[in-house]
Design a protein around this ligand. Structure first.
Ligand SMILES: Cc1cc2nc3c(=O)[nH]c(=O)nc-3n(C[C@H](O)[C@H](O)[C@H](O)COP(=O)(O)OP(=O)(O)OC[C@H]3O[C@@H](n4cnc5c(N)ncnc54)[C@H](O)[C@@H]3O)c2cc1C
Length: 535
C-alpha cells in the first residue's frame, strides 16, 4: 500500500514489517480511461483484474489499505479493534448501505418484538461498544440507574433468577457513543458493494455502486490490501408453502414473517377476536408469543394462539446424561444460542481441532433451534394452556389455502392430517437463506477461490481469513453469519464478532498492518474509552 502503518512509540518493538503492495497511483485516482465508468464484459469475466483494466473502464480508484464491506455490527467491532490498536480512520473505509452499524439489528429486533425498552438475548459477556467488556452492561446499568438489582441478578443467575441481559436501548446508546469516539463517520462510504475481485500484483478491487447522484460515475473502485466481508444474513428464507401462498394470493398481510413489519396483526387483535397461528420454536417465536400474550392481558383481548412446532421437544434431550439440553412444551431451552463454552471454554478449544464431517456433526449436536427459559414466559404460557387460548401442536404444513377469509393450514401430525384455520400466520422460522443468494458472496464463490465449509457457508481459517482467496500479500477476511460452520461456532453474536475481530487484528498485526496491542496500550486505551476520548 502507499500508506505506512501507524507508529505506536515505545510498544511491541521488533515486529515484522508490513508486506506492502506498491501502486503506481496516488491515494485517490480520477478515472483515466475512455470507459463509461461502469463494469465491462472483460472485468465481469476475469477472476483477477489489472490496474489498467479498471482504468480502461473509466472507473475511479481510491486506495485504502483496509476495507470492511457491510457496515453492520461485524464491521463496526472490527474497525473498533483496529482503531484501539492505533490505526487511524484515514487507513480504513467501511462500504455499506447502512446509515449506522446497528441499523439492521435495530430493525430486526424491533419487528421481532424487542423494542428498545426490552432486554436482548445475550448477556454482559460482550459489549460491542467496548472491547474490554468492562464495565459490564449489568454494572453500567446498576451505576446508571442507581440500583443493585442487576448485580444481584448476575450473582444469583441462572438458578434463582433468569440470566441478566441488557435492554436494547442501552446497547444502542453505547454503540452510538463508541461510533463517535472512534470517528466511524470518517470511514463510512455509502453505497451498494457489487463485487470484490483479486488484483494482479496483490490486494483486491472492491466495486461500489454509490448512492444515486453522489458520484460522477456509475461505479467506484476501492483498491485495498486487506478486505473484511461482514454482510450479515444473506436474506430472509420463507418455508416453501408460505412462499407459495404469498405468491399465489399476493397476500403479504395475513401471512407474515416475524422479521418484517407486522404491527398490523397486533393492531387487528385490539379491534376484534382473531386466531393467530405461530410457527417456529426459537427466541423470535417466544418474543412474538410474549407480545400476543402481553397485549391480551393489557387490553383484555380474546386472541387465540395456535403454536406449531416442526420438532416438538417434550423433555430434556441429548446423547447422554452429561450432554443434555432442557426442554418441554415444544421448546428446547438454552440461555444463549450456543452452550456458553463455545465462546471461550472447552467447546471452543475442541471445535478448533475438528475438520470436515466431524465439525458438521458437532454443529448438528450443539445447534438446533432453542430459546431461553424465562419465568415470565412460562407463567404466561401456563395461564394460556389452562384457559385454552394457547394451544401447541407438532407437525409440518402440507398445504395452505384461503377459505371464507381464513388461512387454513393442513398440518401433518402423528395422528394424521389436521386443518387449522387462522386469521394470521406469523412465521418465526428463518433468516437462513443460502449464502449464494447474496450477490457479492455468489461472486466470491465463483471468482475468488473460496469454497464452502462443512455446513455450506464461507470457508474461513482460524484467523477468519477466507481460505483460497489470498491475493499476493493481500488477505480477505469474513465474519458473522456467513462463516457459520467454521472453527469457531458462535460467529453470529456480538461476542462472536468480537472474537473474530480479535483474531483478524492479531493476524493483521502479524502481517505488519498494525501493531500488536500490548498490555500497556490496552490499559491506556481503556482509560481513554472510560473518558470518552478518541483512541
Ligand atoms: C432478532 C435478532 C436478535 C438478536 N439478538 C442478539 C443478541 O441478543 N445478542 C447477540 O450477540 N446477537 C444477537 N443477534 C445476532 C446479531 O444481530 C448479529 O450477530 C449481528 O447483528 C450481525 O452483525 P453483521 O455485521 O454480521 O450483520 P449486520 O449487522 O446485518 O450488518 C451487515 C450489513 O451489511 C449490509 N450489506 C449487505 N450486503 C451489502 C452490500 N452488497 N453492499 C453494502 N452493504 C451491504 C447490510 O445492510 C447488512 O445489514 C440477533 C439477531 C437477530 C436477527
Amino acid at each position: 500500500m502507499t500508506d505506512q502503518p501507524t507508529e505506536l512509540p515505545g510498544e511491541d518493538a521488533g515486529q515484522a514489517q508490513p508486506a506492502t503492495i506498491q501502486y503506481a497511483r496516488p491515494a485517490v485516482a480520477a478515472a483515466s480511461g475512455d470507459g463509461a465508468g461502469d463494469l465491462t464484459d472483460a472485468l465481469i469475466a476475469a477472476d483477477q483484474w489489472t490496474d489498467d483494466m479498471v482504468a480502461a473502464a473509466g472507473i475511479p480508484v481510491t486506495d485504502v489499505p483496509f476495507v470492511s464491506v457491510g457496515g453492520g455490527i461485524g464491521s463496526f467491532v472490527t474497525v473498533d479493534y483496529l482503531r484501539v490498536a492505533g490505526v487511524p480512520p484515514s487507513r480504513m473505509a467501511v462500504l455499506t448501505n447502512l446509515d449506522f452499524p446497528w441499523q439492521t439489528y435495530k430493525y430486526l429486533t424491533r419487528v421481532s418484538q424487542i423494542p428498545e425498552p426490552e432486554r436482548i438475548r445475550s448477556d454482559s459477556a460482550s459489549r460491542p461498544d467496548n472491547i474490554w467488556g468492562f464495565p459490564s452492561y449489568a454494572l453500567a446499568e446498576a451505576i446508571g440507574d442507581r440500583t443493585f438489582a442487576p448485580l444481584w441478578q448476575v450473582l444469583v443467575e441462572p438458578i434463582f433468577a433468569d440470566y441478566y441481559t441488557p435492554k436494547a436501548g442501552r446497547v444502542f446508546a453505547g454503540l452510538e457513543r463508541e461510533l463517535k469516539r472512534i470517528g466511524f463517520d470518517q470511514m463510512l462510504v455509502k453505497g451498494q458493494v457489487r463485487m470484490i475481485r483479486k488484483r494482479a500484483g496483490g490486494g483486491y478491487f472492491i466495486i461500489l455502486t454509490p448512492m444515486v447522484g453522489s458520484a460522477a460515475t456509475k461505479r467506484l473502485a476501492y483498491r485495498a490490501e486487506f478486505v473484511h466481508v461482514a454482510v450479515g444474513y444473506p436474506g430472509l428464507k420463507f418455508l416453501p408453502e408460505l412462499q407459495d401462498f404469498r405468491t399465489e394470493h399476493k397476500d403479504f398481510h395475513h401471512v407474515v414473517s416475524a422479521y418484517e413489519e407486522h404491527e398490523h396483526v397486533y393492531e387487528t387483535a385490539r379491534t376484534k377476536h382473531i386466531v393467530v397461528m405461530l410457527r417456529g420454536g426459537g427466541i423470535v417465536a417466544s418474543r412474538v408469543l410474549q407480545r400476543l400474550m402481553d397485549d391480551r392481558a393489557k387490553y383484555g383481548l380474546s386472541t387465540d394462539i395456535v403454536h406449531l412446532f416442526r420438532t416438538y421437544i417434550a423433555s430434556s434431550h441429548g446423547p447422554n446424561a452429561w450432554n443434555r439440553r432442557k426442554g418441554g412444551n415444544g421448546f428446547a431451552y438454552q440461555g444463549f444460542n450456543y452452550p456458553k463454552s463455545v465462546w471461550g471454554g472447552q467447546l471452543k478449544a475442541r471445535m478448533r481441532r475438528l475438520e470436515g464431517n466431524d465439525r458438521a456433526q458437532a454443529y448438528k449436536l450443539m445447534g438446533g433451534t432453542n430459546t431461553p427459559w424465562r419465568r415470565r414466559w412460562q407463567a404466561q404460557m401456563n395461564e394460556g394452556r389452562a384457559a385454552g387460548w394457547y394451544r401447541t401442536m407438532a407437525g409440518t404444513v402440507e398445504q395452505m389455502r384461503l377459505e371464507e377469509g381464513k388461512i387454513v393450514s393442513t398440518v401433518k401430525t402423528s395422528a394424521g392430517l389436521v386443518d387449522v384455520a387462522a386469521d394470521f400466520v406469523i412465521d418465526c422460522t428463518g433468516l437462513e437463506a443460502d449464502i449464494a443468494e447474496h450477490r457479492v458472496l455468489a461472486d466470491l464463490l465463483e471468482h475468488s477461490g473460496v469454497g464452502r465449509n462443512p455446513v455450506g457457508r464461507l470457508d474461513v481459517e482460524r484467523t477468519f481469513e477466507l481460505r483460497g482467496a489470498g491475493s499476493g500479500p493481500g488477505v480477505m477476511y469474513a465474519s458473522g453469519a456467513t462463516t457459520l460452520g467454521g472453527y469457531f461456532p458462535g460467529v453470529d453474536t456480538f461476542l462472536g464478532l468480537q472474537v473474530a475481530a480479535q483474531e483478524i487484528v492479531d493476524d493483521l498485526a502479524r502481517r505488519g498492518f498494525c501493531r500488536r496491542m500490548g498490555s500497556l496500550r490496552s490499559i491506556r486505551q481503556w482509560i481513554r474509552w472510560a473518558q470518552n476520548k478518541e483512541p
